[in-house]
Structures are given as C-alpha cells and as structure tokens.
Write a protein of this length. Structure first.
Lengths: 336, 336
C-alpha cells in the first residue's frame, strides 16, 4: 500500500496547521460519540486534545481523551507530526462548552445545540463572517493551510448537513460499530425540521442542523488566499459541500485510509458527488506493534484533530513514511 | 517639527500590527480613566475600539468610546492607518470583562482586579507563558511586530508596576488634567501591598499590581523572533521595564509626541532609566482643522490602541506624513 493515495501537487514555504474546535450537544447523547470516556466527557475532548497537541501532555485534568476501549486519541498523531515538522499549530475556538487551556483564535461562538430540539447554531452567519476575517488574517501568515477540526459528535451533524444539502450520504464514526441506527434516527428528526423551515440556503442549513465548526471553517476557506487542504473525514466533507453550495470550488480533502475504507460510510462516493478531491494517507498502523493504534485499522477512531492532514503535511514537507510512522509510535508509546 | 523624532532602522517584508486588549477594575474608580463616557463604560472601551479598528464603525452599541469631552478615541487613528496601509490587525484578548465582537487570539485571562484590595492578576505566570506561545506563533506570521494595547485605567497599573520595579516614574493620562493625586493615592496603597509581599520578582509584581495586558505583552516580546516595536506610552514602558527586570533587552517604543511632552509625566526620563529607545511621532493635529484631534495637543487622550506605533508603521511602509495626517482627518471627520 502506498503511504499517500496520490501526492498533492503542493509546495509551500510557510505551511500552517490550524484546528477548529467546537462542541455540539449531540455528543452528550449516549451512543453518538466515542470521542471520550463518557458522553458528558466528550464535551471536554477538544480541550484535552488541544492541550495534548500544543504541549505534548495533559496536565489540566486527570483523564485522557481516549476512547472507552483505550484507543489513543487522534490528537496524539497530530501532536507527533507537529513535533516532527517543528510546526506550531493554531487553534481556533468556534464554540466550546469549557474554556480551553491553550490560546485560541476565538470566534466567540457558542456550543452547538441539539438540532432535534432547536437551532443548532443560531449565529451561523456571524460565525461565517468571523471565519472570513480569520481566513484573511491567515492568508498573511502562510501559503498553505491545513485546516482540521475537533468536534465530538460532529459526524452526526455532518450527516444532517450533507443530507439537508441533498447528498445521499452515510458518514463515518469513531466507533468500530458505527451507531448508524441512532444517527439515522437523529437525522430523520433534524431533516424534518429543515424541511419545515423550507430553506436550501447553506448557512441556514448550518443554523438549523450543523455545528459551530462548520460556518467557521467554511468562512476561513472562503477567504484564504493560499493553498488549502481540509484535514478530516466526513465532517470536513460537510464543509466542502457547504462551500460548493455557496458557489465556491470545494477544496481538496486529506484524511486517512480508515475513513475511505469505512464500509458503513460513503466517503469516496460523496467526495465525488461534491466534486472534491481527497488524498488518503495509510500510516500502516497494523504493523507498528501498538495495540491501540492497530485498532484504527479495524475501524476505531479513524481520524480527528486533522490527524490525516497532519501526516500528509509532514509528507509534503519531505518526511519519509517511516519517519512519520516512527514519530507517531514513539509518541503514543510514551503518552498512552 | 519632524514627523518622526528619529526614523527606526527597520525594514519589513511582512509587518503585523497586534493589539492586546484587557481590563483592570481600576478604570471603574471614578476619575481614574477618561477612556469612556462614564467610569463603568470604560470597561467596554476595548470592545468598542477593537470593533472600530476592525470594521471602521461601531454597530454593536449605540455610543462611542470617545472621552466625555468628545475627543475621538485613538482607535480611530489606528483604524485609519490600517486602511491606509491595507494591514489587517490582530487582536489579542488578555482578559476582558465583556466578550469582544471581533475574533481575538484569546489568552483566556480574566479582567484585572483592583490591586488595592487583592491580587490584580492572579494568573500572571500563566498569562506570561501563553504570551510566549503567542509570540512563537506570531514569529511565523511576520518579521515586524508593532504591539499595542487598549486597557482603560492602565496608566495607573503602569505607575504601580514601574514604581514597584524601583523607577521614580510619573505616568501619562488620557485626561487633560492628569489626576495625579488620585493615582498616587491608589499607588501608595498598592506599593504597600507589594512591600508586604516582600518580592522583587517581576511576574510577582504583575500578579500583585499589574493588569492582564502586561504579562501577555511581556510573554510575546520574550519569544518574538522578528523586529518588535512596543506601540504605546507609559503602559508599554511598564512592559519594557518588566522585560528589563526579567534580564532581557527592553524593546524600542513608538508613541506620540503628546506622551513625550506631558509635563505631569516622566516618559522620556523613565525610558532612559529603563534603557530603552523611544520613537515619537508628531501627526500635527493642531493644524488639521479638527477640534477633537486638536485636543490631543493640549494633552487629552495622547495615545492608545497603538495609535502612535500605527503611524510609525505607516511611515516605515513608505507613506508620507501628509498622507498619514490626511487619512486620519478623513476618517475622524466621518466617524466622530
């Protein structure tokens, strides 16, 4: 298997990895998100993950943002890529329940509401505009932006948004057993609300059914003037679909083969329908000798905190697949 | 009078104007700060000023951050320089009472307490560390950083910090009649607390007597790798003095001649004692034909939101003094 499905034709003098953090209250619905030890603790995962990526350890709380089965958070992959490349990540707070422990470019949004019961992101338009401001600023800071996210429960909002935009999508999950039925039930209710609202405006759809990461990431992508890679699976695909619906060219995506190969989802097909391109990285976790990482290969976690894009970025910067895999293994052995 | 007292020997490919916002509860003590229509409203001035600099108008509230006498906020100068140069400012939230309306790089600090009655900045060390992180990030974004601030009431905390560090300083004020007696009374009480604490550590002094802007700005200055100008009067001088006390070279300052010529303060002498260099800009407000701007010449406002440094930056970028003055006049006529 090649390390990269296809090498993006990108060179960069000054690449930047930026990670949009957000919450949706959907992650507290039992069974929706595996990104945390309990449903309530999933709300803290962006905070813990950003601390891990920034500092290499988690000092602020006594537990780790791993899955209930002990699979290491994908943030540990992103962390090891930042160490390997010497890049400094930028965190963007789109709307968190808890105040983060690392500096963030803050959009002053709120956590997303449960879209079954009310508007998910009442200020989607404001967040999009602030994302546009951020995109203009980041254009001055870099010539390549690898834009990832951390939103526990966000594959469910991604499913709602993709379907509301007319795609017959199925989405990935951080669980081995994708809780398809539960997600579909949520989605049916949300699509009912979208239908009742009678709108096809993409920012209205985000207001009704999305999460705060989406308008922020879409706004950034709208104004960023350098090369852009959306680092993530179905959640970033939803952002690409929103951009398409806004009349813009959907940016390319970078994610792991674990997202591509998820047979319960429809990632490659929906990428094609959106008219985007996706690059897939295969970090060979099956053969590294780490039980937790090997679980990625049976479909657990798969992606998050821009992990796939971070590996692609390291590759673009000239690091060999072996260096990349070794950096991840060394860090995860230490951390988890 | 020359436009610049001396031209800094600086060329920059990619300059950045960053503005640290913060509050100290001292600004709500009647008579301390003129940066707002009422003592309570001074807390909102960083929010209103940042909105003005970013967007060119204030839509979020129905009043303007001008002085009670109608003197236009110095943020209007900074705004017109951003328009003239085409630069995008970055706001850094060090600790505000009210959530800002523009995206900020947020250090997740709190508003500074009244240092007469308790620790002013309990987390000064944490804010310094986050400032260091921000400085490293900004080093990747720019090769010249013009770092200003907006902290109503901050000349009083600056006075406390400069005195606690051993300087026989007197500080400027946004009032024509500098409320020296009131400031000195506050300062006497605060210095008593510092003496009781028996510390000479500069970050401890900030904890006891400073405001949240100071450790953040000092942290940024500690790690920023490009050229740096501290844009401001006595408040930035306090930051330079903290850096000196931390064993670092105090960065150069850029401010207006109105700060230099304030006979109730001791700016040039204290700059010399700190071992820094200051560049002074004379925008010739006396002769522009705007009553509010002319009040700067009789000693009102004088400086704020990095206004002096913004004019120096425009000059460094090749704009002529007449272009700079005209841009300010045109904007202020429209705005106030």
């Amino acid at each position: 298997m090649p390390f990269l499905s296809e090498s993006p034709d990108i060179t960069a003098e000054n690449p930047l990895m930026a990670l949009v953090l957000g919450n949706t209250m959907l992650s507290t619905v039992p069974g929706i998100s595996g990104a945390g030890q309990t449903p309530e603790k999933t709300l803290l995962t962006p905070n813990l993950d950003s601390e891990l990526v920034m500092t290499g350890s988690i000092a602020s709380m006594s537990f780790k943002p791993n899955t209930p089965t002990g699979c290491p958070t994908p943030a540990s992959i992103t962390r090891s890529m930042m160490q390997l490349t010497g890049l400094l990540p930028l965190f963007i707070n789109a709307g968190l329940r808890h105040q983060p422990g690392v500096p963030c470019l803050d959009m002053y949004g709120s956590p997303g509401g449960d879209p079954r019961f009310g508007d998910a992101v009442p200020d989607a338009c404001g967040l999009f505009r602030r994302g546009e401001m951020a995109g203009r600023f980041l254009s001055r800071c870099s010539d390549l932006l690898v834009l990832g996210e951390c939103v526990p429960g966000g594959t469910t909002t991604a499913l709602c948004v993709l379907k509301a935009l007319g795609y017959d999508a199925r989405v990935s999950s951080s669980y081995v057993e994708n809780p398809v039925t539960l997600k579909d039930e949520v989605c049916r209710e949300v699509l009912g609300r979208v239908r009742n609202a009678g709108t096809s405006d993409p920012l209205e759809i985000l207001r009704l059914a999305g999460d705060p990461m989406m308008p922020v990431a879409a706004g950034i992508a709208s104004t960023y003037s350098g090369r852009l890679l959306l680092a993530g699976g179905t959640q970033m695909l939803a952002v690409a679909a929103v951009l398409k619906a806004l009349g813009r060219n959907p940016p390319p995506l970078a994610t792991t083969v674990y997202v591509r190969d998820d047979s319960s989802a429809s990632f490659p097909r929906t990428v094609e329908e959106v008219g985007a391109v996706a690059y897939y990285v295969d970090p060979n976790f099956a053969n590294l000798g780490h039980v937790g990482l090997a679980r990625y290969c049976i479909g657990e976690v798969k992606e998050g905190m821009g992990a796939g894009g971070a590996m692609v970025l390291a590759s673009l910067m000239g690091f060999a697949p072996e260096e990349i895999s070794k950096a991840i293994f060394d860090f995860v052995r230490e951390y988890s």
